[in-house]
Design a protein around this ligand. Structure first.
Ligand code: 5GP
Ligand code: ZN
Length: 114
C-alpha cells in the first residue's frame, strides 16, 4: 500500500526507530506515546483491520504477540505487567488502517479503558 504510513515506516521510507524486526513483523515506537514504553508491532504485509484476517494470518498474529512479550521482557516489564491492544474501526479509535498491536508498559494502566 503506497499511501500507508506504517508500510512506509517498514520500508524505511520514513525514518522510524525500528526496535524489532523479523521476516514477518516489525516494531517501532509510537509517535505519541501513552506510556513510558509504547511500541507498535505490525505485520510487514498490509492488513487493514482485524476484520480482514484469514486463517493464513494466524502465524503472523502469533509472531506479533511473541514480539510484544519479548519487547516487554527486554524493557523489564514482564513481571511488573504491560498491556497489548488492537483497536478496530471507529468506536475503538483505530486511526491507522494497517493492523498494529499496541504494547504499553511502565506505568499502572487503568481498567476499563476509556
Ligand atoms: P490506533 O488509534 O489506530 O490504534 O493507533 C495508531 C497509533 O499510531 C497512534 O497511537 C499514533 O500515535 C501512532 N502513529 C500515527 N502515525 C504515526 C507515525 O507516523 N509514526 C509513528 N511512530 N506512530 C504513528
Ligand atoms: Zn500498510
Amino acid at each position: 500500500m503506497t499511501d500507508c504510513v506504517f508500510c512506509k515506516i517498514i520500508a524505511g521510507q520514513i525514518p522510524g526507530s525500528l526496535v524489532y524486526e523479523d521476516q514477518e513483523v516489525a516494531a517501532f515506537r509510537d509517535i505519541n506515546p501513552q506510556a513510558p514504553l509504547h511500541v507498535l508491532i505490525v505485520p510487514r504485509r498490509h492488513i487493514a483491520t482485524l476484520n480482514d484476517l484469514t486463517e493464513a494470518d494466524d502465524a503472523v498474529v502469533g509472531s506479533m504477540f511473541r514480539a510484544a512479550a519479548a519487547l516487554a521482557k527486554r524493557h523489564g516489564y514482564a513481571d511488573r505487567g504491560y498491556r497489548t491492544v488492537f483497536n478496530t474501526n471507529r468506536e475503538a479509535g483505530q486511526t491507522v488502517f494497517h493492523i498494529h498491536l499496541h504494547l504499553l508498559g511502565g506505568r499502572t494502566l487503568g481498567w476499563p479503558p476509556g
